[in-house]
Design a protein around this ligand. Structure first.
Ligand SMILES: *[C@@H]1O[C@H](CO)[C@@H](O)[C@H](O)[C@H]1NC(C)=O
Ligand SMILES: *[C@@H]1O[C@H](CO)[C@@H](O)[C@H](O)[C@H]1NC(C)=O
Ligand SMILES: *[C@@H]1O[C@H](CO)[C@@H](O)[C@H](O)[C@H]1NC(C)=O
Length: 188
């Protein structure tokens, strides 16, 4: 009797193990009504981005340009990638609360304007590892710029909203700059 019980337990155990290792055969795992996203909260975050083109360890670099870019008044085609520190202080970069990582490319033949793909990655407390995706067109000559927030991860899943962006410091010799990002992010 004891032996039978043991065999049964063993068989159940083995079938559970084989289920766990079963080869996936269906593309779709599950299909159900999407969760109703109600009562979003709006979080207003403010960070300063510090972009540095100079020195042996720049935070922003040109990765591509077209043969015609140098003769373009609007830098058409020039593409940068960046990993800029984000701080709460407009001057000091000692206390970093996140990183601005992404790409921008000059995409207008008429104006100084680029297309920005910006992952705002937070590294502090409950936001650590969460991201906000800022994506859109930026006209360099506008004093106040608005760029859409089109998504997020972690705390900012299902994020929407916009960022209001203003340059607070600029060195014309090096183009090094500080930009204030006010992020108005709706999430759940
Ligand atoms: C940029 O980097 C250079 C070289 O590392 C450094 O001397 C300079 O202070 C930095 N500038 C800014 C605005 O962070
Ligand atoms: C554009 O000009 C810069 C600086 O003079 C030079 O280093 C670069 O090679 C030029 N790019 C092209 C695509 O000709
Ligand atoms: C944030 O997360 C990273 C990776 O999980 C971890 O190494 C780091 O210590 C965390 N930082 C804080 C401030 O919690």
């Amino acid at each position: 009797m004891g032996k039978l019980l043991l065999t049964t337990i063993l068989l159940i155990f083995l079938s559970v193990v084989s289920l766990c290792h079963a080869q996936q055969t269906d593309l779709v795992i599950d299909e159900k009504p999407a969760p109703k996203l109600i009562n979003p909260i709006q979080t207003h975050l403010r960070v300063y981005w510090h972009e540095n083109f100079t020195g042996p360890n720049p935070t922003s670099v040109v990765i591509a340009e077209a043969p015609s870019t140098n003769s373009s008044a609007t830098q058409f085609g020039r593409t940068y990638t960046f990993d800029n520190p984000l701080t709460l202080d407009p001057v000091s970069t000692v206390d970093v609360v996140g990183r601005a990582q992404g790409l921008y490319a000059f995409t207008s033949k008429e104006e100084m304007a680029f297309t920005l793909t910006l992952n705002v990655l937070f590294t502090e407390e409950k936001y650590n590892g969460s991201t906000i995706l800022v994506y859109g067109r930026v006209n360099v000559d506008n004093t106040v710029k608005e760029i859409p927030i089109v998504g997020g991860s972690g705390v900012f899943k299902y994020a929407t909203g916009y960022s209001s962006v203003q340059r607070t410091s600029f060195d014309p010799a090096t183009f090094n700059n500080v930009i204030k990002y006010d992020l108005f992010v709706n999430h759940y």
